[in-house]
Design a protein around this ligand. Structure first.
Ligand code: F6P
Length: 320
């Protein structure tokens, strides 16, 4: 193998740059050439790509987002789009590909492997932490820290005004961001899609909190479970609390990656290159119990990811 490609695809996640840096520098360390593909599969179709060197990834380890840019490509999901990608694979002499992204990005990578035999390795990069085969995805830890930072700030104003706040966080269909940030931020209630909730129970908890002298309450809602605005309205209707709602939105995705994400991204990116060099394909690198390992993409794509129920129960006990 002489030349490999790297792209980021789907929603950006903080730490993707640390991963690109690791892929590029590890490849060069082993004497490989590396092509950076911009704007995910869209850029691959349009040949928006070119060689990278050690300097191309200087000073990016601590930058959020992705210097390669990213996209969700409809065209790539057509046979014609993928044929165009393969023309560019030939044209640029790419013999293996590292795809940094989530489930949808891996589905695309698997198609290139299945239809054309292109060696591909996936690296999990998404704030949602919703990928099977890894305990953590790149960007999750930074997103959780962003949410905890927001909770801390909101708590200051919530205490001062003795108010109830609902904070809606991202995660698509996963409650992992809400659960981790809720435990770390001491939220009074955490609403996640994996566990049914009852608005009357939440209201009861708010009332008993006030009774025992709580000055404020924070309810964290995962976007996949309910709308923060609806929860706020219901609380107001049911118990008359002046409830403020904050939707954190895309600010959760940005910012400098935490050390955890930088280390994870560096280790996973380097491992992806090693796997390609060893002739592996159709795999995703991940971390399980601290160990870096590879899982077949067929055991990753579309496989459900469970939440840590013990953590959920603990958050409930501690937020009484
Ligand atoms: O998958 C990452 C994510 O940030 C989800 O948490 C969220 O639902 C989605 O992307 C938002 O997508 P977009 O940036 O396209 O609005």
């Amino acid at each position: 193998m002489q030349r490999i490609g790297v792209l980021t695809s789907g929603g950006d996640a903080s730490g993707m740059n640390s991963c690109i840096r690791a892929v590029v520098r590890k490849a060069i360390y082993h004497g490989l050439e590396i092509i950076g593909i911009r704007r995910g599969y869209s850029g691959f179709i349009d040949a928006d790509m070119g060689p990278m060197n050690l300097g191309s990834v200087a000073d990016i380890i601590g930058r959020g987002g992705t210097v390669l840019h990213t996209a969700r490509s409809e065209r790539f999901m057509t046979k014609e789009g993928r044929a165009q990608v393969m023309e560019n694979v030939q044209r640029f002499g790419i013999q293996g590909l590292v795809v940094i992204g989530g489930d949808g990005s891996f589905t695309g990578a698997r198609l290139l492997h299945q239809e054309y035999g292109l060696p591909i390795i996936g690296v999990p990069g998404t704030i949602d932490n919703d990928i099977s085969g890894t305990d953590y995805t790149i960007g999750f830890d930074t997103a959780v820290n962003n949410v905890v930072d927001a909770i801390n700030k909101i708590r200051d104003t919530a205490t001062s005004h003795e108010r109830t706040f609902v904070i809606e966080v991202m995660g698509r269909n996963s409650g992992n961001i809400a659960l981790a940030a809720g435990l770390a931020g001491g939220a009074e209630s955490i609403i996640i899609p994996e566990i049914p909730f009852n608005i009357d129970d939440i209201c009861q908890k708010l009332l008993s909190g006030i009774k025992r002298g709580k000055l404020h309450s924070i309810i964290l809602v995962a976007e996949g479970a309910a709308s923060g605005l609806d929860i706020g309205k219901e609380i107001k209707q049911k118990i008359g609390f002046d409830t403020k709602v904050t939707i954190l939105g895309h600010l959760q995705r940005g910012g400098t990656p935490t050390s955890f994400d930088r280390i994870l991204a560096s280790r996973l990116g380097a491992k992806a290159v090693e796997l390609l060099m060893a002739g592996e394909t159709n795999k995703m690198v991940g971390i399980k119990a601290g160990e870096i390992l590879a899982t077949d993409l067929n055991d990753v794509i579309g496989k459900p990811v469970t939440i840590n129920k013990d953590m959920y129960d603990l958050a409930r006990i501690l937020s009484i």
